[in-house]
Design a protein around this ligand. Structure first.
Ligand code: RIB
Ligand code: CA
Length: 304
């Protein structure tokens, strides 16, 4: 029985690799994809997501989501992913469209019509997830769990303390971590280790059409380099779903700082339980890097 999932994403070059794994991992059933502003504008993340779905001829509905964080101006990561958000590959023209309803409504509808609880996977800012929980709090009963790429128990990558997905919309992230949802947090503590090695990257163009396309994108991806290895942040969220044994998780209380002048967007991960609050997330603190790399090679080989 394949695991039904909904993927909220801001493609984004590492998002593209995660979408490939979500589509071609035999353990998963990608039922809906939604976009959010993050790496680039939501118009661009939506265009990129549609291009990827067309590239893979995937029969997966897409809904466009929030164009702005809940209360803050949008700041992007075009410096990492290029102005388009997926620099480096010319996708063919197509006529795919996003559905009319916004992402949070599309997620709610998909959850309420599902015969069993669905796993939500969020690999961008958590704005759509926060809107879902605000407008449709009853849907929590139809969510198996939420798996995110976001946050860090250690240092950040957008500010000294804050990881990008959380830093872009701290208010949304705070809402999500306070929601009572079962959360698995794949933060920088593991995603910074989840590198694809230069030797493997060099084999991608000969792997298949997906490898060729990802190699072209990866050549423009600035979280690492083709010569030193690339950090596959978003792939970790998918990897945990299908190979949880690759990760070491610890149940922790996690708070999201929203007030700090220098610290907003920080995920305060109470590993030692010093604050005395009940735990609200399973935080990935360790990863079997070789096992991750082996899995990535296996799952990308299943793509066309
Ligand atoms: O910090 C890494 C995260 O920020 C990833 O989701 C990447 O796509 C960017 O959105
Ligand atoms: Ca992302």
């Amino acid at each position: 029985m394949r695991l039904p999932i909904i993927l909220d994403t801001d493609p984004g070059i590492d998002d593209a690799a995660a979408i490939a794994a979500a589509l071609f991992a035999p353990e998963l059933d990608l039922q809906l994809m939604t976009t959010v502003a993050g790496n680039v504008s939501v118009e661009k993340t939506t265009r990129n997501a549609l291009q990827l779905l067309h590239f893979w001829n995937a029969d997966v509905p897409l809904a466009q989501g929030a164009s702005m964080p809940l209360v803050r101006p949008l700041r992007d990561a075009a410096s990492v992913h290029g102005e388009s958000g997926m620099e480096g590959y010319e996708f063919v023209e197509h006529d795919r469209q996003a559905m009319v309803k916004p992402a949070f409504q599309a997620i709610r509808d998909a959850l309420m019509h599902a015969p069993q609880p669905v796993t939500l996977v969020a690999i961008g800012p958590l704005t759509n997830i926060a809107l879902l929980l605000t407008h449709y709090p009853e849907c929590v009963f139809n969510i198996q769990r939420l798996v995110i790429m976001g946050g860090a128990a250690g240092r950040g990558n957008f500010t000294p303390n804050a990881e990008f997905n959380i830093a872009i919309d701290p208010e949304a992230a705070a809402k999500v971590f306070q929601s009572g949802l079962e959360i698995v947090m794949c933060g920088l503590d593991v995603t910074n280790q989840a590198m694809l090695a230069p030797e493997y990257l060099a084999t991608l163009p000969q792997l298949n059409q997906t490898g060729k396309m990802l190699h072209a994108l990866f050549s423009h991806y600035r979280s690492g380099s083709m010569n030193t290895g690339l950090r596959m942040h978003d792939l970790c969220a998918i990897a945990w779903l299908v190979r949880p044994e690759l990760f070491t998780l610890q149940s922790c209380f996690v708070a999201v700082e929203t007030q700090g002048e220098y610290t907003s967007g920080t995920t305060v991960v109470d590993i030692e339980g010093r604050l005395g609050h009940p735990t609200n997330a399973q935080v990935a603190l360790g990863i079997d890097v070789e096992g991750f790399q082996q899995w990535v090679a296996e799952v990308l080989a299943l793509a066309p």
